[in-house]
Design a protein around this ligand. Sequence first.
Ligand code: DGY
Length: 330
Amino acid sequence: MQDRPRVFVARILPDEGIRPILEATDATVWDGDLPPPRDELLRAVEGCDGVMTLLTDRVDAELLDCAGPGLKVVSNYAVGFDNVDVAECTRRGIPVGNTPGVLTETTADLAWTLLMAAARRIVEGADYVRAGKWKTWGPLLLLGPDVHGATLGIVGFGRIGQAVARRAQGFAMTVLYHDPNRLPDEVTQPLGATYVELDELLARSDFVSLHVNLTDDTRHLINAQRLALMKPTAVLVNTARGPVVDTRALDAALRDGVIWAAALDVTDPEPIPADDPLLGHERCLVVPHIASASNATRAKMAEMAALNLLAGVRGERLPTSVNPEVYEAR
Ligand code: DGY
C-alpha cells in the first residue's frame, strides 16, 4: 500500500475541513489555541507533502526550506494571503491555495455591523447602561451621524467591496468607490457606485470602508495625510488588513478630532496590545478579526481549504490557487 501523504494543519478547523484531511492523509493537527510558535512550526512542516496555514503563520523561504523539496502545496485558510511569500512559492513551483468567495457576504455583513455600531454608538451605549449611568431619556445623549442618505466611500471594489455597496442601497446612500482597476458600468451601475480618485473619495465620504488586499502599495494607504483629507465627522471602517492603516496616524487623528470615529476588525499589530492608546478612544471600536466568523462561512472555508490541500498533495490542480502560473511552467 502506498504511503499516505504527510500534512501539517496549523490549527483545529471546523470538522468540514478536518474530516476529509484525516481520512486521506497522515495528518498532524496543531491543537493549541494559539498559533504554533515559529520553531515548532518549522519542525512540524519537515518532510511534509502539504501544509495548511492560517493568516497567523508566516510562509517564507525559511519555512519552505524546512519543509523540504517534497512540499507540493500550501493551502491558506483565508482569502487573504499576505502571510505567504507567494513569489517564493511560485519560484519553487508550489501552488498556494486560498478561500475566495465563500466569505464575501459574511465579511460585508461585519463591515456593516461596524459601520452601524460606530455611527449609532452601540458599544458606548451598552457600556453606559451596564455601568448604571442610564438615568433618563436625554436629548443630547449619545448622538451620532445618520447612516441613511449618507455618502459611503468604498476603497477596493472587489467581491467584498461590491457586497458592501449592495447593502448600501437599502440605506439610500450615495456610493463612491476607488480601485486601481476601474470597473465596467455593467458592474457599477446596478450598485449605484461612482468611481472617484482616492483623495476625492476621502474628502466626500461620511463613511469610508476599506476592502483592499495588503500589498506594498496598500501598506499605510490610510496615513496622516489621507486622514487629514477626511471630514471631521467621518467614520473609518477597516475589515481588510491592519497595516492598510497607519495605526499611530489613526490614533492621532482620533485624538485631534481629524475624524470622528473608527471601527476596526483588523489592527496593526494584531492582536493590538490592551494598553495601546488607540483603545483609549471612546469612539474607536475594535473587534478581534472576526469578519468571516459565522458558523457556515468558517465551515465553507475549511471545506475549500481542505480541497486545495488534498488536490495539491495528489499533484492535481488546486480548485482555487493564487499563483496558477505554477501550472503553466509545468
Ligand atoms: C481572510 O480570509 O483573509 C480573513 O481575514 C479571515 O477570514
